[in-house]
Design a protein around this ligand. Sequence first.
Ligand SMILES: Nc1ncnc2c1ncn2[C@@H]1O[C@H](COP(=O)(O)OP(=O)(O)O)[C@@H](O)[C@H]1O
Ligand SMILES: [Mg+2]
Length: 268
Amino acid sequence: MSVKAPSATTSRSGPAGSADPPGAQRLVVADVAFTLKAGQGLGVIGPSASGKSSLARVIVGVWPPVRGKVRLDGAALDQWPDEELGRHLGYLPQDVELFAGTVAENIARFEPEPDGEAVIAAGRAAGVHDLVLRLPGGYETQIGEAGTLLSAGQRQRIALARALYRDPFLVVLDEPNSNLDGEGEQALTGAITGVRERGGIVVVIAHRPSALAGVDHVLVMADGRAQAFGPKDEILSKLMRPQAAPAAAVGPGGATSTALRVVGDAQG
Ligand SMILES: Nc1ncnc2c1ncn2[C@@H]1O[C@H](COP(=O)(O)OP(=O)(O)O)[C@@H](O)[C@H]1O
Ligand SMILES: [Mg+2]
C-alpha cells in the first residue's frame, strides 16, 4: 500500500508497546510510548543494557515490535514500502559499520546512482566536510575494508553523514559521540540542530550528557522500560534533584508507564 510522505507539520513517530530481538525468548523493551512532532529532538538516556539500542532498532524498523506500532505520519512502519521508508529514515547504529569503498560511496549508502551534491550536503550537515577534504583523496578516498584506514572517530563522523544523506525525515543516532573529540561533539550538536531546523525529527541515544545539547525532549530508560519522558529541562532537573524519588518513580504524573504516553497530534 502506498502512504503519503511525512509532512512538515503532522508527522508523528512513536514506538508503543514491546519489542524483542528476533528469536529472543524475552522482551527487552516494553511499555514505551511517546510522540514526537516535526522539529523535535529526543535524547534517550539510561544505563547500559536498559534497552536504548533495542528501542532504536524498533524505531527504524530493524526489529519489528511484538506489540504496538511505530508510526510515521500516522502510518505504521510496516505499511510503508521499504524503498520509500528508507528515504525517510537515517540511522547511525551503535556499532558503526562502514564498507570497503570511497567516503562518498559510504555516505551515499552505495546507491547505484549517488547524488554528488547530496553527498557533500550530508558531509556539511554532519560537520565532516573539512575533515573529508583533508583526507588524501577527499570524498574519493578509499577507506579500506570496514573503514580501517580511518580512525574510530572519523568512521563515526562519516557514518553520521551517511545517516543525514538526502535529509531523511527521521534520524536515529545511537551513541553518536562515543568516539568523538570536542570538535566532533560540536559538529554533532550542529547536525542535530540542523535536522530539527529543517523540520525533521532526531532521536539521539546518549551515554554522555554532551549529546543532549541539541535536543528538547528526554526519555529515560531503565530495565527495558520508559521511566520518564518529557521536556528536557523538566526531566533533567528531576533527575538532578538529590531528594528526587528513585528513577522508577520519576515520571510526569506518576510512577506508571502509562503516564508517559503522550498523544499530542492526530494520527492521520
Ligand atoms: N540481538 C540480541 N539478542 C538478544 N538479546 C539482546 C540483543 N541485543 C540486546 N539484547 C539484550 O537486550 C537488553 C538491552 O540491550 P540494549 O538495547 O543493547 O541496551 P543499551 O543500548 O541500553 O545498552 C540487554 O539485556 C541485552 O543483553
Ligand atoms: Mg546501546
